[in-house]
Design a protein around this ligand. Structure first.
Ligand code: SF4
Ligand code: SF4
Ligand code: SF4
Length: 195
């Protein structure tokens, strides 16, 4: 009889990517944003940081640097329904950094320390590699630089982190400065719905 896998066996050091799940999320994202009337939005199939199939390159930071709002109106958002709650989340840890005595990378990825990591469920205090973790993005710190979004894509992650225009922060500029700068025309003005 085969042995039952432990949580560590199941999770490994990072989650396996599933393009189907991420594509479903992209479609759901678009549908949700389409309900907002006349708002600027990000097309996840165009944005360099979000779109699938592009990995191993530097994240595009224009959403962080080009917005007219001092702390950009763009934020990273984690879709918890898709998050693998990985032990070594590639969006949280700089997985290229040195590994410490606890088996975890010693550096974090986010340049603004905007991601909080908390062990959840039945916690094994003696082995951090044998736990699930929740990753929460602090929207007061995040500036939408995209580093975590790029790192969360398959094959390292599940693509649960996306960038989003926060309409409560956006000034709704007639000509969005980020849209002017975006190399992939990924910032779109949604068509006003008529009744
Ligand atoms: S400027 Fe365009 S490609 Fe760059 S992060 Fe923003 S939406 Fe993505
Ligand atoms: S988008 Fe940048 S600032 Fe925001 S949580 Fe991700 S890495 Fe940190
Ligand atoms: S419309 Fe203006 S405030 Fe909103 S994201 Fe674009 S540049 Fe920033």
């Amino acid at each position: 009889m085969s042995e039952q896998p432990t949580r560590r066996d199941v999770l490994g050091y990072a989650v396996r990517g599933t393009g189907v799940v991420a594509l479903g999320g992209a479609a759901a994202f678009l549908a949700t944003r389409a309900a907002a009337e006349g708002a600027w939005t990000i097309d996840p199939t165009k944005c360099i940081n979000i779109r699938l199939g592009l990995t191993g390159v530097d994240a595009c930071a224009l959403c962080a640097s080009e917005c007219v709002v001092p702390l950009s109106a763009i934020r990273a958002v984690n879709d918890y329904a898709k998050c693998g709650r990985c032990c070594i989340c590639p969006a949280y840890y700089d997985v290229t950094s040195e590994v410490g005595s606890d088996g975890l990378p010693m550096r974090k990825l986010c340049p603004r320390d905007a991601i909080e990591r908390t062990a959840i469920g039945e916690v094994d205090p003696d082995d951090p590699l044998n736990n699930f973790y929740e990753y929460i993005i602090d929207e007061d710190k995040c500036n939408g630089c995209g580093d975590c979004v790029m790192a969360c894509k398959e094959p390292a992650g599940l693509g649960s982190i996306k960038l989003e225009v926060r309409n409560d922060l956006c000034l709704d500029c007639n000509r969005c400065a980020i849209a002017q700068a975006c190399p992939d025309d990924a910032i779109l003005r949604e068509v006003k719905e008529t009744t």
